[in-house]
Ligand binder design. Structure first.
Ligand code: FES
Length: 360
């Protein structure tokens, strides 16, 4: 069983208001959980709370660098944002909340050079994982440079402004920060408006040496991430240099829904042999439940999950025998898929017998 398995109750040691609609929350990590909560810059935590009898889970990025020796996430209130609204209004120092250990692949690529050149594109609360990576790069790679393109509605809604200004002073030669504001007019037209495709094109043509960048870290609203990715791919940037952190996925089209339903019906009754936390169980796939994960939950098995949208990879398992079809996959890499990993919240059996394990 992985050291990262399972939720842990963590005590909140500080709630700090970052903007009128966002707080950052610091957790106390007890000695026996220190190892489980070691994280890489850019990773996130999954929080769980019972809201009106419903088990609600959300992922929030760690907003500090590992070298800062604290565990802190930021939660921006989003509309309708059930969890984020509740958290902003209710969480206080001394409260306990259930948290999964750090996860996520939105991290610095292995083997990055001393003199790396990195670009972050952050929109709104998308700054949280990006600032963690930015601080880590500047702190651990003495000759590296980082350019941050940061989009917000207004200055008042922008998180970590003071911290970014402090970093800018400290790393004058190595950090560039450009703000893009939707509701405030700057003198230079380039910095007005949202980071849409046109803006990304203009920015990549004028501010960024796109070809030299080691990696691009993109996190923010869906349209911004799509625009930035498309603009980079159009400039010939290899896909492996473009890292994108999504917390939600778009709804399926009517056609996709119909295709998924047909798969589910076809798979009715398929035997699933599942290993979870060292225990092997057999259940039958029930199309009325939805995915393999949904069937496990209906059978009372505590399979891990957070987003149920094919994004966070919390529900990852390895197929040992048989085949499944995934509806969406924003989280697994091509290599993981080639190695047999699937997102069980998106998986439907595609063979008569499926053996899978959450422990691999
Ligand atoms: S629960 Fe997030 S990808 Fe399945």
């Amino acid at each position: 069983m992985s050291i990262n398995a399972g939720f842990h109750k963590l005590k909140i040691s500080e709630v700090r208001r970052e903007t009128p609609d966002a707080v950052s929350i610091r957790f106390e990590i007890p000695e026996h959980l220190k190892q489980a909560f070691v994280f890489k810059a850019g990773q996130h935590l999954t929080l769980r709370a019972d809201l009106d009898g419903e088990d609600v889970r959300r992922n929030y990025s760690v907003c500090v660098a590992p070298s800062e020796n604290e565990m802190r996430i930021a939660i921006k209130q989003m509309a309708p944002g059930r969890f984020s609204v509740w958290a902003n209004a209710n969480l206080r120092e001394g409260n306990e909340i259930e948290v999964l250990p750090p996860m996520g692949r939105f991290v610095l690529p292995e083997g990055t050079e001393e003199a790396g050149y990195y670009v972050g594109l952050a929109g709104g609360s998308g700054i949280t994982p990006v600032i963690s990576i930015l601080k880590t790069v500047l702190d651990t790679q003495p000759a590296a440079r980082f350019v941050l393109l940061y989009g917000n509605r207004s200055t008042a809604s922008a998180m970590f402004l003071e911290e970014l200004a402090g970093l800018k002073n400290r790393y004058m030669e190595r950090l560039e920060v450009y703000h893009f504001l939707e509701d405030e007019a700057e003198e230079i037209e380039l910095f007005n408006g949202r980071l849409d495709r046109e803006k990304c094109d203009a920015v990549f043509d004028s501010l960024i040496d796109v070809k030299s960048a080691n990696a691009f870290f993109i996190c923010g609203p869906g349209p911004m991430m799509d625009a930035a990715e498309a603009a980079l791919l159009a400039r010939g940037v290899p896909a492996e240099k473009i890292l994108i952190e999504r917390f939600t996925s778009s709804a399926l089209s009517a056609e996709q829904l119909a295709a998924r339903e047909a798969l589910q019906q076809k798979a009715a009754g398929t035997e699933l042999v599942v290993t979870l936390d060292g225990r092997r169980s057999r259940i039958a796939f029930d199309p009325t439940k939805g995915s393999i994960l949904d069937c496990m939950q209906a059978a009372g098995m505590p399979a891990p999950y957070a987003c149920k949208g094919g994004v966070c990879t919390t529900c990852r398992a390895k197929i040992l025998e048989g085949q499944v079809t995934m509806t969406k996959n924003y989280g697994l890499t091509e290599q993981e898929v080639a190695d047999g990993y699937v997102l069980t919240c998106q998986s439907v059996p595609a063979s008569e017998h499926v053996v899978l394990s959450y422990d691999e």
